[in-house]
Design a protein around this ligand. Sequence first.
Ligand SMILES: Cc1ncc(C[n+]2csc(CCOP(=O)(O)OP(=O)(O)O)c2C)c(N)n1
Length: 510
Amino acid sequence: MTQAQLIQQTLQTLAYLGVREVCVAAGARNAPLVTALLASHGVKIWNFFEERSAGFFALGRIMADRNPVAVVTTSGTAAAELLPATIEACYQGLPLVLVTADRPKSYRGSGAPQAIEQAGLFGVHATMVGDWDVADESHEGHSSDGPMHLNVCLDEPLETNVGGIDFSTASPLSSEEAQTPASLQCDLVLAGGMHPKDAAQAAVLLAKLGAPIVAEATSNLHGYPALQPLLVPGGDQALQYARPAHVLRIGAVPSWRWWRDLETQPKVRVTNITHTGFSGLARKENVETLAWDHIRSTQFATIDPPCGILRFEPDFDKFPLSEPAWMHKIAGIIPAGSRVFLGNSLPIREFNLALKAAQQGVEFFANRGANGIDGLVSTFLGTSAVHHGECWLILGDLSALYDLAAPWIIAQMDHPRLRIVVINNGGGKIFSRVTGIRSLPDAARSVIENRHELSFEPWAQLWGMEYLQTDDVHDLEDLLPMPIVIEIRPDPLETEAFWKHWQRPVIRPR
Ligand SMILES: Cc1ncc(C[n+]2csc(CCOP(=O)(O)OP(=O)(O)O)c2C)c(N)n1
């Protein structure tokens, strides 16, 4: 096979996998792939200078539109930069397609420049669908669920004049999940992250079921009127009084401490319905994990008596400058039709408490596959890239510092209405909520929290974004359409007082 044929075959494979968007980060080795893609039709190209952002941005594109998206890198550590996004895609069960250009197979193990071991680079987190060299006798690929890795070995001279293909003429492979009719009973529903379209399906089932639901913001269930009487606010605080026999978890693995503690309660039966196939618990006893399509084929019924969960509403007015109160204020001003991406660490947990203030018709996303604080700005930009409403990102300061190169791609978006809210509490403040760390000497806590006094104004300036630091939530209403970084500095004493008040023991009513 010639190099030109290998390149054409690579593009055809992408087209058959259903790829219609490709994020490219060019080097010399992948230049033949990049130029052939640029000569192709029916495919949108996003252009990056670094691979880590490209990988997370592609992930965000998949999260929003649920179509496979490819990232094309050059060889060496450029390919390795995709590992964190691949891991996140793996635990979210998303079809991120990794196309890594490589040196010919004969260079393996030689230590020659930019010749690293690329085949199998992503380990169990991506399926190797092809490792192709022009010298191979056959080039067979296959599709798979979750991330897929296609390694393409290209020798010099590199051919940069190969014709493109028409992506729109290839019919993507479709996979139908088998449905097995079943019936089960439960007395408590935990709803984790779900795409808004999945949430619409889940809402129908849950309304019929009638069991109490503890739902994360990212479950996207909050806008459904029929669910309002069933949704129990308060997260972990509410859950601590629940004594369920059978929990139905739907969507992604939830962020509550209570879910982790289910590990040590083997008598509580857990049924998971999820796209990923991951149970989210290490224990095997009394845990079953069903494919998403069971949502249509299974008959659910509630168990009596009720599981005893209590409702808890935070008192935001008492601590108006605390971090959770800020989340409540922000939730209240985000207009209907917006997309909100919640950062890991405290933002997603605090927003869950503040959710009641959110408008109907706001969609939520988050990276809860591996719970990393990396790549959040890039993933957010991927979910926002073709959305016409406002797009809000709410994240911590260390999380923002992790992804400073992400805004590179904004220049390639059409009229982005981006609002990046950095909750700058001067470090990783989630660690001040961890009992074992709270009791450490201040010097050790300072190291663990990575305390700092940085401002995000120069970051906004570097990427041509507006910047606002404010104490008044009304400043966030009617913002100009252009991208803006909003820096919020909550009052640390009020935040501490909020949590003390929120977590005080409650006498259980008889
Ligand atoms: C890639 C990665 N590195 C480290 C961690 C561990 N970690 C969890 S939360 C956190 C601190 C986050 O700080 P920040 O973004 O400022 O949010 P805050 O805790 O203040 O809400 C860290 C380092 C992680 N989740 N992901």
